[in-house]
Design a protein around this ligand. Structure first.
Ligand SMILES: NC(=O)c1ccc[n+]([C@@H]2O[C@H](COP(=O)([O-])OP(=O)(O)OC[C@H]3O[C@@H](n4cnc5c(N)ncnc54)[C@H](OP(=O)(O)O)[C@@H]3O)[C@@H](O)[C@H]2O)c1
Length: 226
């Protein structure tokens, strides 16, 4: 495939490496190449199979709009823009493009969501639940997109919205804890990312899955098919 990666930051550069290792042709645009999505005209996107975005919330919204307008399939890893999800979904469904997003492209985190869904039964048995998330000090959004996704998983399974507490410290890649506490015992569930490699591999495999498809997809619904 011809992949266009948007963002040459911590995750975007790893996505480009993994995509090249998997045999794809990769082109990368950084912020200077693409102010207000100016690098994403239909002419410049000709020949691109899938665009992968790991930028900033503001840039991601501009990039998504430009790609959808040009009829290009997009995988979005950037978080912090989900208040606009209904509008983006409408935009994608009106076009004939493919769109796939995830707060977290790691297979491990998506398995963790499954465990969380099952463990949410605790809330029907007098447990008190809490979510804690830790990330590096440069992270722009809080709570993390993954913590909000975890909160949604628990809410869908139990009807209870858990409080999320965020910590920003050092160079923590991403740690998410789900804790259920009762008078008799405490259940600790924790996912701790050791590197960004898992995100990058998941995003590239998601792009491979999305190529040639149309529709609006959430990675948590499709990762089992990869
Ligand atoms: N879904 C997942 O699995 C997952 C995993 C990790 C991270 N993330 C999310 O991905 C996003 C990026 O994270 P990161 O850690 O890689 O951040 P980062 O290191 O700060 O990288 C962001 C990059 O985006 C570039 N950028 C900004 N505007 C752009 C534009 N219009 N076109 C092209 N590039 C542009 C920036 O370029 P300059 O340096 O030139 O400003 C920067 O290099 C965040 O929202 C983060 O939460 C998601």
């Amino acid at each position: 495939m011809n992949l266009l990666v948007l963002g040459r930051g911590k995750t975007g550069s790893l996505v480009a490496d993994v995509a090249r290792e998997r045999g794809h042709q990769v082109h990368v645009l950084c912020a200077a190449d693409n102010p207000e999505a100016s690098g994403l005209t239909p002419e410049k996107l000709a020949g691109v199979d899938v665009v992968v975005d790991f930028t900033t919330p503001k840039a991601a919204l501009e990039n998504i709009a430009a790609c959808v307008l040009a009829g290009k399939n997009v995988v979005v890893g950037t978080t912090g823009w989900y208040g606009e999800l209904p509008r983006i979904r409408q935009m994608v469904e009106k076009s004939s493009t493919g769109f796939l997003y995830a707060a977290n492209f790691s297979i491990g985190v998506n398995l963790f969501f499954e465990v969380a869904r099952t463990a949410s039964a605790a809330l029907r048995h007098q447990y008190f639940g809490q979510i804690f998330e830790r990330h590096h000090v440069h992270k722009k959004d809080a709570p993390s997109g993954t913590a909000l996704a975890l909160q949604r998983v628990v809410q869908e399974a139990s009807g209870t919205e858990l409080e999320v507490t965020s910590f920003r410290e050092g160079d923590v890649v991403g740690m998410h804890e789900l804790v259920f506490d009762s008078p008799g015992d405490t259940i600790y569930l924790c996912h701790d990312a050791k590197s960004r490699r898992g995100f990058a591999e998941g995003a590239v495999r998601a792009a491979e899955w999305l190529a040639g498809k149309t529709g609006f997809f959430d990675f948590k619904d499709v990762w089992r098919e990869l």
